[in-house]
Ligand binder design. Structure first.
Ligand SMILES: NC(=O)c1ccc[n+]([C@@H]2O[C@H](COP(=O)([O-])OP(=O)(O)OC[C@H]3O[C@@H](n4cnc5c(N)ncnc54)[C@H](O)[C@@H]3O)[C@@H](O)[C@H]2O)c1
Ligand SMILES: O=C(O)C(=O)C[C@@H](O)[C@H](O)[C@H](O)COP(=O)(O)O
Ligand SMILES: [Zn+2]
Length: 366
């Protein structure tokens, strides 16, 4: 088993990675529940494919458990779903010594992490991520949120899990499209500050997406070590270091808003197009060589991810997209810093971006 620590000032925790680990989830959860109960929250797809193995493991360990099965999809990160989940857990008299388990993709992880933060002013929770995106990104680092009418992830908290249990074998039932979407966030780590890893991805992307076990474990371990390092340096995104993890997201969240957070463009796909736009815009501003921006597009295109507005099927004007960006949490004194790049593996936070120039870029980059 690979163990990667997330070392934080207040409390550290571990990310455990092992093919087949779900079958022994009870052994890992046991010490955290003592005499309490486990409340598993999952979605309907994950309930069909993955829940039976977790249930069996808890039964073997004689750990009392209850289940909440929610609809799948981004619309589950809503006030309504949060309210329903919190009320039903309170109805079941959840205690602070019990433990919530987020079994699912990033939608379930973000919702359950937030519910855990507010129930009785804080319950413990564990992340068992089942999508590639959740295994390489959302299960680690403690950002939890729901969406609001104004935009993506605008209501939430920083709330770290007790541990993260990653079983790459659960990805066998993940649809190809979702696997690809998660792979966009894998590429992100290479683009931020790991150029060698980006090169590895260029050479091994097909193995990862072909579900080769060794390639998947390598991609997951490299990704979560990068995320753990960045989160440890700036847990609450105060110094600008953690903002690097937002590469592609300023553009990407605007694309998601434009498509109504629908299945037309899922988060990882929006981030893929967003990263290509960030590199394209960096090239326009003279930061990034054209060859590097070209490599980013090529790496995305090679695996069937969107690499510009057209391939993301977004027709909105630059003005409309920048309108969505005005709700970005990075906004400060009316200015929006952007994650730009001097090249592959050289991402930086640019504070001085003129939004009129971004509008012009978006209107002329199709
Ligand atoms: N908190 C963070 O740091 C962070 C980081 C990245 C993304 N996110 C958030 O994560 C969300 C996207 O996560 P996602 O891509 O996992 O989406 P998701 O949770 O909607 O999962 C994608 C789809 O795959 C299905 N699924 C998941 N695991 C499966 C499996 N093993 N077998 C079969 N089907 C499976 C789900 O039911 C869903 O239909 C977005 O809301 C995004 O904002 C958060
Ligand atoms: O963990 C982070 O920090 C990230 O930015 C990871 C992103 O992949 C993720 O999508 C995150 O939810 C975006 O953060 P937000 O603060 O822009 O909502
Ligand atoms: Zn993301």
């Amino acid at each position: 088993m690979t163990r990667i620590p997330v070392e934080l000032a207040e409390r550290s925790y571990e990310i455990l990675i092992e093919p087949g680990a779900l079958a022994s989830a009870g052994d890992h959860l046991g010490p955290f529940v003592k005499n309490g109960r486990v409340f598993i929250v999952t979605d309907e797809n994950v309930a069909n494919h993955i829940l039976p193995t977790l249930r069996a493991s808890l039964d073997t360990g004689r750990i009392a458990h209850k289940e909440h099965i929610l609809p799948a999809g981004e619309s589950t990160k809503s006030w309504k779903m949060l309210e329903d989940l919190v009320e039903s857990l309170l109805e079941e008299q959840i205690e602070r010594s019990d433990i919530l388990v987020a079994l699912g993709g990033g939608v379930i992880g973000d919702l359950v992490g937030f519910a855990a933060a507010i129930i009785k002013r804080g319950c413990k929770f564990v992340q068992i991520p089942t999508s590639l995106l959740a295994q390489v990104d959302s299960s680690v680092g403690g950002k939890t949120a729901i969406n609001s009418k104004a935009g993506k992830n605008l209501v939430g908290s920083f709330n770290q899990p007790e541990f993260v249990l990653i079983d790459p074998e659960v990805l066998n039932s993940l649809p190809d499209r979702e696997l690809r979407a998660g792979y966009a966030e894998v590429l992100k780590y290479g683009l931020i500050d790991k150029p060698d890893f980006f090169e590895w991805c260029e050479q091994n992307g097909a193995r990862v997406l072909g579900r080769d076990s060794n390639a998947l474990v390598h991609a997951i371990a490299e990704s979560v070590s990068a995320k753990a390092r960045i989160v440890a340096a700036d847990e609450r995104e105060l110094s600008g270091t953690r903002a690097l993890l937002n590469l592609g997201h300023t553009f990407g969240h605007a694309l998601e808003a434009d498509t109504g957070y629908s299945a037309r463009l899922v988060h990882g796909e929006a981030v893929a197009a967003g990263m290509a736009l960030a590199f394209g815009y960096s090239q326009r501003r003279g930061h990034c060589p054209a060859a590097d921006a070209g490599r980013v597009k090529a790496a995305l295109q090679a695996v069937g991810l969107p690499f510009d507005l057209t391939s993301a099927s977004v027709e909105a004007t630059g003005q409309a997209l920048v309108g969505h960006m005005m709700h970005d949490k990075k906004m400060q004194s009316g200015r929006l810093p952007f994650l730009l790049a001097n090249g592959i593996g050289q991402t930086f936070l640019a504070p001085d971006v003129d939004l009129k120039d971004v509008v012009d870029f978006l209107d002329n980059c199709r």
